[in-house]
Write a protein that binds this ligand. Structure first.
Ligand code: HEM
Length: 251
C-alpha cells in the first residue's frame, strides 16, 4: 500500500515537472519568436538604410550618401517636370540672363539658335567658375561656331561665313576670268554658309540629344532685333586664319 502511494506521488511529481517544462519551453519559444521578429525588423531597416545611402551616392554622382546634394538630378527638380509637361517657356534675352547661375534656386539655362536648354546638370561646365560659364544665361550661337569665346557671345551670325572664305588676291585671282570668278565665289559662299549652318546644327543637336540636358523653350525677341545690332566683325583669330585662294594650277 505504501509502495503504491509512493508511486502515485512520484507520478504526480513527474507530471508537475513535465507541465513546468512545457511551460518553460513555450515561454522560451515565445521569447525566441519575438527576438527573431526584432532581428528581422533590424535587418530590413539596415537594408533600407544601406540601399538609401547607395542610391543617394549613385544619383548624386558620388556627391552625398544622405541625399544632401547641391546639384540634384534633373528628374528630382520641379522645373524639369514643369518644362516637360508645361509646354515651352519664352524668355527675352534679359530674362534669360537671370539663369546664368548667379541667382540662387534658378536653373542654369543657355540658348543656341534661339532654343533654350536647361543645363543645370552641367554645373561644373556652365556654372560659376566653369570652363564654359560664359555660355550660361545667353544665346551665344556665334561663338559656338567661331570658337571666339570673348568677342562672339552673341546670337548674331551675320558675316560669320567669312571665316571659311578665302582672301582675295589680285595676282592669284587673275587666273580666272571674271565670269569664272563670279561662279567660284558663289560656290565658295554657299559652302561657307553650309559650314556655319552645320557647325551650329552640331551644337543644337548636341544639347537636344544629350540625356543630361533638357530643351525648355525659346528666346523671345523683337522682330527687327537683328537690324538694330551693329554688324559684327570676324574675331581676330579667325581673321588671321583666313588664307588666300589656292592657285588654279594647284587645284
Ligand atoms: C568652337 C570651338 C569649341 C566649342 C564651341 C566648344 C564647346 C564646348 C561645350 C559646349 C562643352 C560642354 C559640353 C557639355 O555640356 O558636355 C565643351 C566641353 C569641353 N571642351 Fe570644348 N569647345 C570648343 C573647342 C574646344 C577646344 C579647342 C578644346 C581643347 C583644346 C576643348 C576642350 C573641351 C573640354 C576638355 C571639354 C570638357 C570640359 C569639362 O569636362 O569641364 N573645346 N566644349
Amino acid at each position: 500500500m505504501a509502495d503504491t502511494e509512493l508511486r502515485q506521488r512520484k507520478a504526480k511529481a513527474d507530471d508537475g515537472h513535465a507541465k513546468e517544462n512545457a511551460k518553460l519551453r513555450a515561454k522560451s519559444q515565445q521569447d525566441d519568436e519575438s527576438g527573431s521578429v526584432r532581428l528581422d525588423i533590424l535587418r530590413v531597416l539596415t537594408f533600407l538604410f544601406i540601399a538609401s545611402c547607395g542610391l543617394s551616392y549613385v544619383i548624386s554622382s558620388g556627391e552625398s550618401f544622405f541625399w544632401g546634394m547641391q546639384n540634384k538630378p534633373y528628374y528630382l527638380k520641379p522645373d524639369w517636370w514643369k518644362a516637360k509637361f508645361g509646354g515651352p517657356i519664352y524668355l527675352t534675352p534679359d530674362e534669360l540672363a537671370q539663369y546664368n547661375g548667379y541667382e540662387k534656386g534658378k536653373p542654369l539655362y543657355l540658348a543656341v539658335n534661339g532654343t533654350i536648354f536647361d543645363v543645370s546638370n552641367g554645373l561644373n561646365m556652365y556654372g560659376i567658375g566653369g570652363s564654359y560659364h560664359f555660355f550660361a544665361g545667353r544665346d551665344a550661337s556665334r561663338a559656338y561656331v567661331s570658337g571666339c569665346f570673348q568677342e562672339d557671345l552673341t546670337p548674331d551670325l551675320r558675316g560669320l561665313e567669312d571665316m571659311y572664305l578665302p582672301i582675295d588676291d589680285p595676282e592669284i585671282d587673275s587666273q580666272w576670268t571674271s565670269t569664272e570668278m563670279k561662279e567660284l565665289k558663289e560656290k565658295e559662299l554657299a559652302e561657307a554658309k553650309e559650314r556655319v549652318h552645320s557647325g551650329l546644327k552640331h551644337w543644337v543637336d548636341f544639347f537636344t540629344n544629350s540625356p543630361k540636358y533638357q530643351k525648355v523653350g525659346y528666346v523671345k525677341r523683337e522682330e527687327d532685333w537683328l537690324e538694330k545690332l551693329p554688324l559684327p566683325e570676324l574675331c581676330k583669330s579667325n581673321q588671321q586664319k583666313r588664307k588666300k585662294r589656292a592657285r588654279r594650277d594647284q587645284n
